[in-house]
Write a protein that binds this ligand. Structure first.
Ligand SMILES: NC(=O)c1ccc[n+]([C@@H]2O[C@H](COP(=O)([O-])OP(=O)(O)OC[C@H]3O[C@@H](n4cnc5c(N)ncnc54)[C@H](O)[C@@H]3O)[C@@H](O)[C@H]2O)c1
Length: 262
């Protein structure tokens, strides 16, 4: 039985994580933390009362509930601080919150190594996008031209999405096609992330909606792969794969993709 603590328990993704912890075999809800302190986590997730109350303070919530693993879907603003709390507690962690800079990510890697932690920090726990990432790693060397587009609701906090930045990082490895066009309006061909043009589009899509498109091209051939996600439910299998496996990683390991967990 894995005891799970959910940070961001009242959010779009966090509520579903709580629901899945309560409904899936082999997991027990240890506790949770969110802006709505002192509330029953089952009720926050739209279910019957679970008898587990959201903590007002993250560190003491973790200490009092001693979970096997913490799952974090909170906000970029609090993430670095949360990670320090998890490191001090020495707890296994499955991190979904996005928005860390490359410098912060390097600090996280250091922290995991130094403290012998077992963490997964993955920008997208969805199956489809992970398969596209694998395809991109294989195909990129044959296609010198590459671009990434992410499309999300207008209320989304960050642009680009963490997933778009991750896709750009993967696409960075490979031959570089020559583009002769001069940008008459700066940035019109996308912002360069790891040398890959990335464009973010924000529209008033209903519900949690996420779309990522990768375009690969070589002379006379274009491949365009689009993953559209219509609910946060699609992250659950990947998140629970990570929750189940993160404790099997060797100490001091930071997994950055689902592949490293299977
Ligand atoms: N890795 C993935 O697969 C994946 C998938 C979807 C979303 N995300 C990321 O997960 C994060 C959460 O997304 P969401 O749509 O669920 O967000 P949300 O805004 O719906 O929920 C955020 C949660 O964090 C809590 N929170 C925020 N600030 C807090 C604070 N100062 N103190 C305590 N609690 C606080 C809120 O109460 C809420 O429970 C975002 O960074 C998003 O980009 C990642």
């Amino acid at each position: 039985m894995k005891r799970v603590f959910v940070s961001g328990a009242s959010g779009n993704v966090g509520k579903l994580v709580v629901r899945n912890v309560l409904e899936r075999e082999g997991f027990e809800l240890a506790g949770g933390w969110c802006l709505e302190a002192g509330r029953d986590l089952g009720v926050l997730a739209g279910m019957a009362p679970a008898g587990v109350i959201s903590s007002a303070d993250l560190a003491s919530g973790l200490r009092d509930s001693s979970p096997d693993v913490v799952v974090d879907f909170t906000s970029t603003v609090v993430l670095m601080n949360n990670l320090r709390v998890y490191a001090d507690a020495g707890v296994d962690a499955v991190i979904g919150t996005t928005g860390l800079t490359d410098g912060e990510m390097a600090q996280v890697g250091e922290m995991v190594r130094e403290k012998g932690l077992r963490w997964s920090v993955i920008s997208n726990y969805g199956l489809g996008i992970n398969l596209v990432m694998d395809f991109l790693r294989t195909a990129r060397q044959y296609y010198p031209y590459v671009a990434v587009t992410d499309r999300h609701p207008a209320r989304m906090a960050n642009a680009p999405s963490g997933t778009a930045a991750t896709l750009a990082g993967i696409a960075a490895e490979g031959p570089k096609g020559e583009v002769e066009s001069h940008e008459v309006f700066p940035g019109v061909m996308g912002a360069m992330i790891s040398g890959v043009p990335v464009t973010s589009q924000r529209f008033p899509y209903p519900g949690p909606y996420s779309e990522h498109e990768v375009t690969l091209a070589r002379q006379d051939e274009v491949i365009r792969v689009t993953v559209q996600d219509f609910s946060s439910e699609i992250y659950m299998d990947g998140i629970f794969l990570a929750v189940g496996k993160v404790g099997d990683l060797p100490r001091g390991t930071l997994a950055r993709s689902l592949k490293e967990l299977v």
